[in-house]
Design a protein around this ligand. Structure first.
Ligand code: F0G
Length: 366
């Protein structure tokens, strides 16, 4: 049986690596493309979820981090640094450990989930909580990368985008062609840029040393990005100085990949719009209670967007739609316990007794 070997080895011919490259991998990629039954029924389209929470550290960041850490080792780096809303820092910490490098991560104080914080600590990174937001952290990380002996592994490093484009390759390889619409959450805007790059590459003839191969896909999808309403610079058309949302993963006001994200939107005939925190939490509940897929709140922004566009009559039926759900629900599980009216679910307590338990479950003896 074939064992998945991580995105660099699976897509080596499409990535800037050579036979001599020492690959740093934890076996990322090869994530499930799950048919979303209820979203398909709702929209009259065939809707799939690309479940990126199934990556080694629980988010899509691992696809880019295998490339960034491989590049860091190739460059002879001894230490790496990143700014993060949590997932990049978890991934950087794990891959730095695999590479034998030191890792420093800068996170906005009080604004990253406990799960993500724990991962960075567990993997031995030096974690500094900055008195500022993600955009401030990224400014510092960039300056450290320029003026100090540390290698920057944020998505401003092109190796990250190269790795993350493999998400699009996997979608096409699974469906046999590109979908009509690809939906995803947008924060720092690396992922929408990376998917668009991947879709474009797969739809073009491909030069190899042994000749030119035919395009893999016949088309490219419209890219639909969704931001949290309190952190929606693409919707505003300018950076936001005080971004705010419960979806801390995408609490970003000044996205680094601005131009490439706008290009992805416009070249693909797509859109970038906003969804409220309430819509995000409703989509989060939809995924867990109707589809059986548990994601973190930020990851539900794409689903929230699709539901919103459908309600507005703006989703054509009969299409193939893929939504990337970017991170695992266990990263930030507290939201699952929150009910629609804002109170917290209290698990029912019962005595150690089968008759009472059966009664509590509404069961009658057979
Ligand atoms: N979803 C999750 C779960 C994320 O962690 C992020 C970004 C995004 C979506 C948005 O992706 O930035 O490529 O537009 N998280 C980064 C981090 C910023 O530091 O972990 P993007």
């Amino acid at each position: 049986a074939h064992q998945w070997r991580g995105v660099i080895r699976e897509y080596a011919d499409r990535l800037p690596v050579t036979e001599a490259t020492k690959v740093i991998t934890l076996g990322e990629g090869g994530t499930p493309l799950v048919h979303a039954q209820k979203l398909s029924e709702l929209t009259g389209s065939e809707v799939y979820l690309k479940v990126e929470g199934m990556n080694p550290t629980g988010s899509f960041k691992d696809r880019g981090m295998t490339m960034a850490m491989t590049a860091a080792v190739e460059a002879g780096a001894k230490a790496v640094v990143c700014a993060s809303t949590g997932n990049t820092s978890a991934s950087a910490a794990a891959y730095a450990t695999a590479a034998g490098l030191k890792c420093a991560v800068l996170v906005p104080e009080g604004k990253i989930s406990m799960g993500k914080l724990s991962q960075a600590i567990a993997h031995g990174a030096t974690l500094l909580q900055v008195d500022g937001n993600f955009d401030n952290c990224l400014d510092i990380a960039r300056k450290l990368g320029e003026s100090y002996p540390v290698f920057l592994v944020n998505s401003v490093n092109p190796a990250r985008i190269q790795g993350q484009k493999t998400g699009a390759f996997e979608v096409v390889d699974s469906l046999g062609d590109a979908p009509d619409i690809h939906v995803l959450p947008v924060g720092n805007a690396g992922n929408i840029s990376a998917y668009w790059k991947g879709y474009k590459e797969y739809s073009a003839p491909f030069e190899t040393p042994n000749g030119t191969l035919a395009a893999v896909s016949t088309k490219t999808p419209a890219m639909w990005g969704f931001q949290a309403a309190g952190a929606a610079p693409f919707v505003a058309g300018h950076p936001i100085t005080e971004p705010d949302t419960i979806a801390t993963a995408i609490r970003i006001g000044n996205p680094a990949s601005w131009e490439t994200a706008v290009a992805a939107r416009d070249e693909s005939g797509g859109l970038i719009e906003a969804v409220t925190d309430e819509e995000i939490l409703a989509a989060h509940r939809w995924l867990s209670s109707k589809e059986g897929v548990f994601v973190e709140p930020g990851s539900a922004a794409g689903v929230a967007g699709l539901i919103k566009k459908h309600a507005a009559g703006e989703v054509p039926s009969g299409n193939k739609i893929v939504i990337t759900v970017t991170g695992h629900g266990l990263k930030d599980p507290q939201w699952a316990l929150r009910t629609e009216d804002g109170s917290d679910v209290q698990p029912v307590k019962v005595p150690n007794d089968v008759v009472t338990v059966a009664a509590e479950l509404g069961l009658e003896e057979k």
